[in-house]
Design a protein around this ligand. Structure first.
Ligand SMILES: Cc1ncc(COP(=O)(O)O)c(C=O)c1O
Length: 373
């Protein structure tokens, strides 16, 4: 009898413990939810640059492992890495032909490759060189900043002037426009960081004119892995048929002691099959298209200055309006336009994206943009 009673008590106590556990658990979840909602209101949301987390969120296979003891630097790119990259470029660009082309890897992404390229040209020309964009603003001002940073190169704002170099960023950041050289300069530098199936769903280059230009010794292309979710862990590359330029660019990295990080190289090498995978490309493309559509449902077309080739949207809305809603956005001055413009990067995490949409669809935000010209 007594034993039965004990079992009964035991069961009751057990049930009470489970109930308490359930209540406490739910209460803390509820609290977390409230906290999250409150945070959502007051936290800054970043759409200034791409957040690599977006790739890791969807691609569990994409792993960046860090083995501190393995970090060493080298001046030269291992041949097998070049071969692997060429193989995958053939895979994603149907008519790519790497024959007679030199590949130089850059330890500082496209950014360092551009500087190295300006250096090589200035060295070959034996004078201070002038550089311009092939189009009027908006364009990404990185090339201008790099040109003006060095003593022996200068950026020219007038696109009608004949310069030593013309820069073609195609698709153009931030409009997505496909551009071509004007052929008013001796050297042509193509920055094709956004020419990827990831954004276009096309398995050939959006710049077919470059195929002919690969034969031209005054043509260079720069690209990098940073738009594959590796912003920060930078490895870029330069392609040219001009051996002198390739050697000088290599020398630039060597002299400036910018060795390639072998840890980053090893990770890229491992992940190349994932990031160049066609289904990864397609999945990402669909996400970018969805986000383009969502933003166009909230922001009237008259404010939008980008097409859907690119995971970016230039808006004729001042950054200050976004700042009011704690949205960190890139101001127009970074695209050589006035600050009446600003640019959203669509490659942000799902959570941040949803909150951005929520804030910009609010009545207050809509009222703030209603009378903008
Ligand atoms: C057009 C363009 N070129 C170059 C870069 C820099 O690329 P990386 O990260 O490889 O230095 C960017 C980055 O935003 C870009 O938009």
């Amino acid at each position: 009898m007594n034993i039965k009673k004990e079992i009964k008590y035991f069961i009751i106590i057990f049930l009470i413990i489970i109930m308490l556990f359930y209540l406490i658990n739910n209460f803390s979840r509820y609290n977390d939810k409230i906290k999250k909602n409150n945070n959502n209101q007051s936290e800054w949301l970043n759409c200034y640059y791409a957040d690599p987390i977006i790739f890791a969120e969807r691609i569990p296979k994409l792993k960046i492992e860090q083995n501190e003891s393995n970090i060493t630097y080298m001046h030269y790119t291992p041949e097998r890495f070049k071969e692997k990259l060429k193989e995958y470029l053939h895979h994603i660009e149907n008519n790519f032909n790497s024959k007679n082309l030199y590949f130089v890897f850059s330890p500082g992404g496209t950014t360092a490759a551009i500087s190295a390229c300006y250096y090589a040209i200035q060295y070959l020309e034996k004078k201070k060189i002038t550089i311009k964009s092939c189009v009027k603003p908006p364009y990404y001002t990185l090339h201008k900043k790099l040109a003006n940073y060095e003593k022996n190169s200068e950026w020219i704002d007038d696109i009608n002037k004949k310069t030593d170099v013309e820069v073609v960023v195609s698709p153009n950041n931030p409009t997505g426009e496909i551009l071509k050289p004007t052929f008013t300069s001796k050297y042509i530098l193509l920055d094709s960081v956004y020419d990827k199936p990831l954004f276009s769903n096309k398995y050939y280059t959006l710049n077919p004119w470059k195929l002919e230009l690969y034969k031209n010794p005054y043509f260079c292309e720069v690209n990098s892995f940073s738009k594959y979710g590796y912003a920060g862990v930078r490895v870029g590359y330069l392609i040219t048929s001009n051996k002198e330029i390739a050697d000088l660019v290599t020398k630039y990295f060597e002299i400036k002691n910018l060795g390639l990080n072998s840890w980053a190289m090893a990770n890229y090498e491992k992940n190349i099959p994932v990031i160049f995978n066609k289904s990864f490309g397609k999945e990402n493309y669909e996400l970018v298209q969805k986000r383009h559509k969502e933003i166009r449902e909230i922001i009237p077309q008259r404010f939008i200055y980008s097409n859907n080739n690119i995971p970016l949207i230039l808006l004729k809305i001042p950054a200050n309006i976004f700042y009011k809603y704690k949205i960190k956005i890139r101001p127009g001055e970074e695209f050589a336009t006035s600050n009446d413009y600003s640019r959203i990067n669509l490659m942000v995490s799902e959570d941040v994206w949803k909150n951005i949409l929520k804030r910009i669809s609010s009545e207050n935000f809509q009222n703030d943009i209603k009378f903008l010209k």
